[in-house]
Design a protein around this ligand. Structure first.
Ligand code: GDD
Ligand code: MG
Length: 360
């Protein structure tokens, strides 16, 4: 049986203060909690047993996913009392694994949207005989990631988490957050204390001569760590650029959940998703945006690449670009909110309160 560990925890997320009651893995991307996409993709690749290793708001996962049978999976939940770091979280769930010492165990960062061929990663692991195999991807700016130079056979030469100096930037290949571990390697991670798999386990394994194998795969890949990335990921799921068997409905320009109501002349494009019970008023134009359940978009509003939280209201003719509107916030009519603005959960903005001017 193939099994996997899904890491969802840690220091919290930048999206979380805007969705107070829901940790980010449960915020809806393309109409279902984001985690559903990862679970469904793992299942499609033959994974049957998943251990969710979490350190925060664990109580929201189990009521939603239960024993996993609705996704054809068997899911177990383990909650850390204090965040144990990525390596500590993996070690902490080792007793739940059914795999034998030589068997491959998949591990996924819980905030990644990717088209990775999971079976190919397991195959690379098996044929190379590696102790650990890692999915690698190429990015323009690797500073926010783990840098992973390899030799020409794909064998990992070093692991440099969040490189600081220009000299450290020796490659554009980064750790994409999906691994296959030989089960016995998991058991060597110290128990009961925080361990970073990136800063401690991987460098330690390399220093001891272990075989780490990289598989560069340039398929769709996105870390959903920022609200902007989350919105983009959701739109890519809707259009089908990011493949997921869990998107409810056909892929296309828009996804309107069954109980949402959209005025006939409203225009929804670019992978916009309108959640359950949300309302979109006459003449509104929404592009590449996530409108969560129960939100209201007023008539004539223009919403681009933005996130509108559950139950939030966007007034008539208000323009949003790259904005994040927290759950239950109330943005009055005729406002103009641009790149990077975040309206906190439940905050109220009067009509015509904010205009944007470049003063050019
Ligand atoms: N259970 C648990 N406990 N999970 C954790 C903990 C913890 O203490 N700390 C982090 N995680 C989970 C996060 O929820 C996330 O799903 C994953 O582990 C990675 O943590 P992030 O905090 O998102 O790390 P990052 O994005 O800065 O860097 C990681 O991902 C990059 C790819 O997106 C590293 O693995 C980098 O090497 C990698 O390039
Ligand atoms: Mg991340």
């Amino acid at each position: 049986m193939t099994e996997a560990i899904l890491l969802v925890g840690g220091k919290g997320t930048r999206l979380r203060p805007l969705t107070v009651h829901t940790p980010k893995p449960m915020v809806q991307a393309a109409g279902v909690p984001f985690l559903t996409h990862q679970l469904a993709r793992a299942r499609a690749a033959g994974v049957e047993h998943i251990v969710l290793a979490t350190s925060y708001l664990a109580e929201v996962f189990e009521p939603y996913f239960g024993d996993g049978s609705s996704l054809g999976l068997s899911i177990e939940y383990v909650t850390e009392e204090e965040p144990l770091g990525t390596g500590g979280a993996i070690r902490n769930v080792a007793s739940r694994l059914h795999s034998g010492p030589e068997d491959p165990v998949l591990i996924f960062n819980g905030d990644i949207l990717t088209g990775l061929d999971i079976r190919a990663l397991v195959e690379t692991h098996t044929t190379s005989g590696a102790d650990v195999s890692l999915h690698l991807t190429r990015v323009d700016d690797p500073r926010a990631f783990g840098l992973v130079p390899t030799d020409d056979t794909g064998r990992v030469l070093a692991f440099l988490e969040k490189p600081q100096t220009p000299e450290e930037i020796v490659t554009d290949q980064i750790n994409a957050g999906a691994y296959v571990f030989r089960r016995s390697v998991i058991d060597t991670i110290p128990a009961d204390r925080p361990v970073s798999v990136e800063r401690e386990t991987f460098p330690g394994l390399l220093a001891s001569g272990a075989h780490l194998q990289g598989m560069v795969d340039s398929t769709y890949w996105l870390d959903l760590g920022t609200p902007g990335a989350f919105v983009r990921g959701s739109a890519d799921l809707v259009t089908g650029r990011a493949p997921s068997p869990a998107v409810p409905g056909r892929c296309g320009d828009r996804l309107v959940l069954p109980t949402a109501r959209v005025a006939p002349d409203a225009k929804l494009v670019g992978g916009t998703v309108v959640g359950e019970g949300a309302l979109v008023g006459a003449g509104a134009r929404i592009s590449g945006s996530t409108i969560l359940p129960g939100a209201v978009i007023g008539p004539g509003a223009v919403v681009t690449s933005s996130f509108v939280g559950a139950g939030a209201r966007v007034g008539a003719r208000t323009a949003l670009t790259g904005a994040v509107i927290g759950d239950g916030a109330d943005v009055g009519a005729d406002n103009e909110l641009h790149e990077g603005v975040r309206v906190w959960c439940g905050a109220t903005l009067p009509d015509a309160a904010i205009r944007f001017s470049s003063d050019q």
